[in-house]
Design a protein. Structure first.
Lengths: 227, 440
């Protein structure tokens, strides 16, 4: 295991090391210390490596991740795992707003709460949040799944496309074109698989599924009040 | 006697026929007009400026003997690999989806022949475009359609789009009829549904966040390539200062004459400021920060000929970008398709319903049969020819002003024909020393 102490090295040096082929072929496990909320830690990774970040991370931690398994042993700032393509990003604490924004694939697990706009414009990622999510979560979500084991804030799933949303707790309000849907067998199985992948034990029968009513898919003047 | 020849009939300047037609259209449909192209209203523009050629007080350069440099380096502030372009005329961002794959390929081919860059758009990077573009700028847009780190690393520069001149503050909508299987797949959305492009980025707000976002992209690309910031021209002075402070290598300012694939007519005609008015604001901001020529300025919006290019450079730009003009060079609105334009209720030279996907010229369409009408090789050669002409014309004017580099042109080489253009461009009214707003 390679240990990078950010009290001694810069984020630039860390990321360059994580992008350098010789380094990541030789060393599959990395430990990052003394993060002190630094921004852009472990961004743009493209290798089957394991990175453990000890401390809080600032903006865009694990941004555009591919393949790597990144764990933040603390809280994560805005845009954690933004535009992730694959791999697993796990936040042991809370995540700020726009967690998993526009992410195309992979799994994002937040063991605490997530702030506003969690999963905004998500494009295929699976997000599992053990706690609550803030307002406007999954705004314009395109595809993938969002699982919320706690409560969801206002305007959940506003202008939703095809994301599957599962919420165990209360939903303060649904956004435009987001509706409650039946939990069929395939959804129970999907939810169970997501929870299993995230390593979170929950009763899947306690969840409610939400999805798009698909009424705003094509611009119609009759829907003007919804825009 | 026809109405047009009846001298007793007087058309209202306020309620002219175009205005009344729009009122009738609105009353018929109940929905605002959506179209492509850029502002069609008359605006103060580069035609309102003239060059002061050399005479006794200045001496000119020989047109066919003395060189006039057109090569420009973009992105030298932080990037390890800045872009070097042979002509300061670049191709602006236009999306695959709004444009056909053949059109995107043709833009890449033409730009490459001319030694300049082309730019992706909303929807991501296509292999045709990357393959044919020796210098490709990858747009980082609010929708993040097709955004991925592999393409980010394939790019020669990255342009973070905060707005465009046709619709500063607005997003976009690609209507369902243009969403083919391929377009849908690239954007992770079902085929045939309208695709909204957001008006602001999903994971940051404000200039302080922008600085962190720029740093993230630099980290992902290991500080190799330049990062541009593109803004629609509105509060240009402040926007440029904030973008420079956030760490941009290059600023792109798009005036309100800049084109779009589709937005509301009311947006195109009523939001933003003319390109002419935006350039001096941008240059002032750069100069006050000591960053003029260190952070390069690219200007777009209504550039049509070498005179426009030279005037932009004289006002302080390092390069320009063309969109609408490049499409016209490919064949957009070509009179040879006039019969087909008429069948869809338009006419060659007037067609602007790019969003409908029925372009007879095969450019703003995803219809397989219409797309075949555009030969990407021939169209690319046409664009290359046009870019050569722009460059030669700009050089002609620069030499006449005694300049051996397009970037040596300066505001002192210009005068204005109208009070409005003099005030906006901050150059004297022709025949006077008067710059409106700056006293006598």
């Amino acid at each position: 295991m390679i240990t990078v102490d950010l009290a001694q090295k810069t984020v630039r040096e860390l990321n360059q090391s994580l992008h350098t082929e010789n380094n990541i072929e030789t060393h599959r496990e990395w430990r990052v210390e003394n993060t002190k909320g630094g921004h852009n830690i472990a961004v743009g990774l493209d290798a089957d490596i394991k990175v453990d970040i000890h401390g809080h991370a600032g903006y865009f931690c694990a941004g555009m991740n591919k393949t790597a398994k990144i764990t933040v042993h603390g809280n994560a700032g805005q845009g954690v795992a933004e535009n992730m393509m694959s791999g697993v990003v796990r936040v042991k604490g809370d995540a700020s707003q726009a967690a998993g924004a526009t992410a195309h694939g992979g799994l994002l697990v937040i063991e605490g709460n997530a702030g506003a706009r969690c999963g905004i414009s998500m494009k295929g990622v699976d997000i599992v949040v053990k706690g609550d999510v803030g307002h406007m979560s999954c705004f314009m979500g395109q595809s993938g799944s969002l699982v919320v084991c706690g409560d969801a804030g206002e305007a959940l799933g506003d202008s939703l496309y095809e994301v599957h949303i599962y919420v165990k707790g209360k939903v303060k309000s649904l956004g435009a074109d987001c509706i409650k849907k039946d939990m069929r067998d395939e959804h129970v199985k999907e939810l169970q698989a997501l929870l299993d992948s995230a390593g979170i034990e929950e009763d899947v029968t306690a969840f409610t599924r939400y999805g798009s009513a698909r009424e705003l898919y094509t611009f119609k003047v009759d829907n003007a009040s919804a825009y | 006697m026809s109405q047009e020849n009846n001298e007793n009939l007087r058309e209202s300047a306020t309620f002219d026929r175009t205005t009344m037609a729009e009122i009738r259209r609105a009353a018929d449909t109940g929905i605002y007009d959506i179209r492509g192209f850029g502002a069609k209203r008359k605006l103060p523009h580069f035609d309102d400026l003239l060059f002061l050629g050399a005479s006794v007080s200045r001496y000119p350069l020989e047109g066919y003997r003395e060189t006039c440099n057109t090569r420009v380096t973009l992105g030298s502030r932080f990037a390890k690999k800045p872009i070097i372009i042979d002509t300061p005329v670049t191709i602006a961002g236009m999306s695959f989806g709004a444009l056909s794959a053949n059109a995107k390929e043709a833009l890449g081919r033409g730009a490459t022949i001319a030694g300049t860059s082309t730019t992706t758009g909303d929807g991501g990077m296509t292999p045709e475009e990357r393959g044919q573009s020796s210098k490709l700028v990858y747009q980082y847009l609010p929708s993040r359609y097709g955004m991925n780190p592999d393409d980010l690393r394939k790019a020669d520069a990255i342009e973070i789009v905060l707005g465009q001149g046709a619709k500063p503050g607005g997003g976009g909508m690609l209507l369902g009829q243009k969403i083919t299987d391929r377009v849908a797949q690239m954007r992770n959305l079902p085929k045939g549904i309208d695709q909204r492009s957001a008006c602001r980025h999903p994971d940051w707000t404000g200039p302080d966040d922008l600085a962190i976002k720029i740093q993230e992209i630099r980290e992902i690309t290991d500080w190799q390539v330049p990062i541009y910031i593109k803004v629609g021209a509105t509060r240009t002075y402040y926007d440029v200062k904030l973008a420079v402070k956030a760490g941009a290598d290059v600023i792109v300012v798009d005036g309100m004459q800049g084109g779009t694939a589709a937005t509301q007519e009311v947006f195109i005609e009523h939001v933003g400021i003319p390109t002419l008015a935006a350039i001096p604001q941008a240059v002032q901001a750069l100069q006050e920060m000591g960053m003029h020529r260190k952070v390069q300025l690219i200007v777009s919006g209504g550039i049509r000929n070498g005179a426009d290019v030279a005037k932009c450079m004289a006002l302080g730009a390092d390069a320009v970008a063309i969109g609408t003009a490049a499409l016209v060079a490919l064949g957009c609105n070509d009179p040879k398709w006039d019969d087909d334009f008429k069948k869809i209720g338009s006419a060659a030279g007037f067609y602007d319903d790019y969003q409908e996907g029925k372009d007879p010229a095969g450019i703003s369409t995803q219809d397989p049969d219409l797309m075949k009408r555009l030969d990407p090789v021939a169209a690319g050669n046409r664009l290359a020819n046009y870019l050569r002409v722009l460059t030669l014309e700009a050089q002609t004017l620069a030499r006449a002003c005694g300049k051996n580099d397009l970037r040596n042109l300066e505001p002192e080489d210009l005068v204005a024909l109208t009070v409005e253009s003099a005030a906006m461009a901050r150059v004297p009214l022709a025949g006077t020393n008067w710059v409106p707003g700056q006293g006598f």
